[in-house]
Design a protein around this ligand. Structure first.
Ligand SMILES: NC(=O)c1ccc[n+]([C@@H]2O[C@H](COP(=O)([O-])OP(=O)(O)OC[C@H]3O[C@@H](n4cnc5c(N)ncnc54)[C@H](O)[C@@H]3O)[C@@H](O)[C@H]2O)c1
Length: 271
């Protein structure tokens, strides 16, 4: 094995990705499969995880290392069963990517739909972090496995974006809990880190950024580009390197509690 391979190979490792039918999940799954890992795509909609499996199989030729598990990240029992299915198939799980999440619309604060607010917080925080983390960390502690968790933070973990109040609140909590869980689980050898993607076109944010009819940038999409020193949206393939770095204990074995921005310089913006 070359030096680079020994640093970044994930051969023999198994990664679980929640929100497994999503855009960023797909890019991370592709990176992990190409690095030799088994990948279990967890999702609540069969069509999207099955179509992700199909596309990843043709991109990587690794159909035998891809599993799909239909589950509901809002339900602890469902996540426990998914973990069981995954260990039945691959033996052990080593990496958890908490990629279920997203925003729903935008509104002035005084017009916030409180039920929708709850839904977005629950999606990004409870389903998007708390339940899968609780279940996997307990499994790793009991089995003596030095697992690794990668959460999905956001630019709004650092600075709030207008109109998406619940998403801001949940994503700043994701960054906070990434550090808190890192300390909590360090004695068990479990690492907890996060990626904070800048703006990448996903299913959940496309309509906010691109006009569906014309294909042009929305005013908000234009603001984002103007505020991003690289002057463009990210391409999800640009998340692969940071995803591999955080997943590989050879590369990042002493890295825990950090959130890594992959943002084209968005957070450095100044005049
Ligand atoms: N795309 C971006 O620019 C960007 C930027 C920062 C952070 N993120 C975060 O990265 C993660 C993935 O985003 P993406 O852009 O790939 O989004 P996406 O919409 O393509 O994928 C999100 C995934 O979450 C799942 N999900 C949605 N609602 C759900 C529900 N009720 N129950 C269970 N799962 C549900 C979806 O099925 C989907 O698989 C999210 O946490 C998102 O907030 C994305």
């Amino acid at each position: 094995m070359s030096y680079i391979e020994s640093m970044f190979s994930l051969e023999g490792k198994t990664a679980v990705i929640t929100g497994g039918g999503g855009t960023i999940a797909h890019a991370m799954a592709e990176a992990y499969l190409k690095a030799g890992a088994n990948v279990s795509l967890w999702g609540h909609r069969s069509e999207s995880i099955e179509s992700a499996k199909e596309s990843l199989s043709s991109l990587t030729g690794a159909a035998d290392r891809i599993q799909t598990v239909r589950c509901d990240a809002f339900e602890e029992d469902s996540i426990r069963s998914a973990l069981q299915e995954c260990t039945d198939r691959f033996g052990e799980v080593h990496i958890l990517v908490n990629a279920a999440g997203g925003n729903r619309g935008k509104a002035p604060f005084t017009e916030v739909d409180v039920d929708l607010f709850r839904e977005v917080v629950n999606l990004n925080l409870i389903a998007g972090l708390v339940i899968p983390t609780k279940v996997c960390a307990a499994y790793w502690s009991e089995s003596g496995i030095s697992g690794c968790i990668i959460n999905m933070a956001s630019m709004s973990s650092y600075v709030p974006l207008s109109g998406i109040w619940a998403y801001n609140a949940a994503k700043s909590a994701v960054k906070n809990l990434t550090a808190a869980c890192a300390k909590e689980f360090a004695p068990a050898g479990i690492r907890v880190n996060a990626l904070a993607p800048g703006f990448f076109l996903g299913k959940q944010n496309r309509d906010l950024l691109i006009d569906r009819e014309t294909g042009d940038l929305t005013p908000r999409g234009r603001d984002v580009i103007d505020h991003t020193p690289f002057g463009r949206f990210g391409d999800v393939s640009e998340l692969a390197g940071a995803s591999l770095f955080l997943a590989s204990s050879a590369a990042s074995g002493f890295v825990t509690g950090v959130t890594i921005p992959v943002d084209g310089g968005y957070l450095t913006h100044n005049i």
